[in-house]
Write a protein that binds this ligand. Structure first.
Ligand code: PMP
Length: 343
């Protein structure tokens, strides 16, 4: 008898870099029932570095090599909330480069430990406004300038990032759903995913609705809704929430936008774990809430069999001491998952 694990077995990959991308797509039962149509999640936690950012890391490093900026034995420097750093460290190891990562010191413990374990040099800085010259992005640029043989990955404004999604993620989705996609939504950190997937899908079919799902504390919801970059509220979600139009967001084909609270995102994180056996980070929960909102909107417009896709950005194992820790959740004034109560 054929079992589910015998599906889609492919030929061996010829190198470890090729393990990045070509992630599975899965129909999510609870979100589909809530929306009244089909909601699919792109399993980016299945990348070698367990996040969507492996794709950007690979494209950025390849681009620097092709431009002749990154030479054998060189060094990649980046400012990152963590996942991009993990992707860069893995790709850099596979290509023989050093990695220096500058990160705000309020990111998850697991990300810091992981970066050190992978051999990256980690520079922690206090979180501050983008306008402050000590912001982690500016610090990483300066470090790259001062380091012999180093390139600055510059994930926010380097459009090699969104190209990874335009040529990779969007093409994979189109193939995986046989061209039957009605909507796509996700949140933006650098904006590489939403812009790249949006552009790639629109090239195939301009009627596919591209929606931004913004966490509280970010400025993009107001920008796309009213033309004004204005943040309201706050969020504990890592890796998402942008206050400016980055180079990657320029020209992103956003048709509509939703704003999702941490509570709503956490509710989906809890349901996906308890009901569907998926352990994810908060940005995935926020994305799923956005996908349900987009699905409902399409159904209300009469598209009863709509198919909506979102991104399952990273593994929840990266947040055991935060999202999955009762004391941490309480300290943030967030509801504690019921199975963690008493722990
Ligand atoms: N979720 C997580 C957990 C991330 O680390 C990131 C990357 N910053 C994103 C979502 C957003 O991806 P992008 O940078 O492509 O907008």
């Amino acid at each position: 008898m054929l079992t589910s694990t015998s599906m889609n077995i492919t030929a061996p990959y010829q190198d470890t870099i090729s393990l990045i991308g070509n992630t599975p797509l899965v129909r999510l039962e609870g979100p589909s029932a809530a929306a009244g149509c089909s909601i699919f999640g792109k399993c980016e936690f299945a990348n070698p570095g367990a996040s969507v950012k492996d794709r950007a890391a690979l494209y950025i490093i390849r681009d620097a090599e092709e431009r002749g900026e990154l030479k054998p034995g060189g060094c990649v420097v980046e400012g990152t909330a963590g996942n991009t750093g993990i992707g860069i460290a893995l790709v850099a190891n596979a290509r023989g480069y050093k990695t220096i990562i500058v990160m705000p010191d309020n990111q998850s413990r697991e990300k810091m430990d992981t970066l050190r374990a992978l051999g990256a040099e980690l520079v922690l800085v206090p979180p501050t406004k983008f306008a402050d010259c000590n912001h982690f992005v500016h610090t990483s640029r300066r470090l790259a300038e001062e380091t012999e043989g180093a390139v600055w990955a510059n994930q926010f404004d380097n459009t090699a990032n969104r190209k990874a999604h335009l040529e990779g993620t969007a093409e994979e989705l189109w193939e995986q759903l046989d061209g039957k996609i009605d909507g796509f939504t996700c949140a933006a950190g650098t904006g590489g995913t939403i812009a790249g997937v949006g552009m790639g899908l629109k090239e195939h079919d301009s009627k596919i609705v591209i929606a931004l799902t913004d966490p509280h504390g970010a400025a993009l919801f107001n920008y796309y809704a009213h033309g004004e970059l204005k943040a309201e509220g706050s969020s504990v979600a890592e890796g998402i929430g942008q206050g400016r139009i980055t180079g990657n967001l320029e020209g992103a084909p956003i048709d509509t936008q939703y704003r999702v609270s941490d509570e709503e995102g956490l509710d989906w994180v809890a349901r996906l774990l308890r009901e569907e056996g998926l352990c994810l980070g908060l940005s995935s929960g926020i994305n799923v809430a956005g996908a349900v909102a987009l699905g409902k909107q399409l159904v209300a417009e009469g598209r009863k069999d709509a198919r909506v896709v979102t991104i399952l950005c990273d593994t929840g194992f990266r947040y055991l001491s935060s999202l999955y820790n009762a004391d941490w959740l309480r300290s943030k004034g967030l509801p504690v998952f019921d199975w963690l109560e008493g722990n």
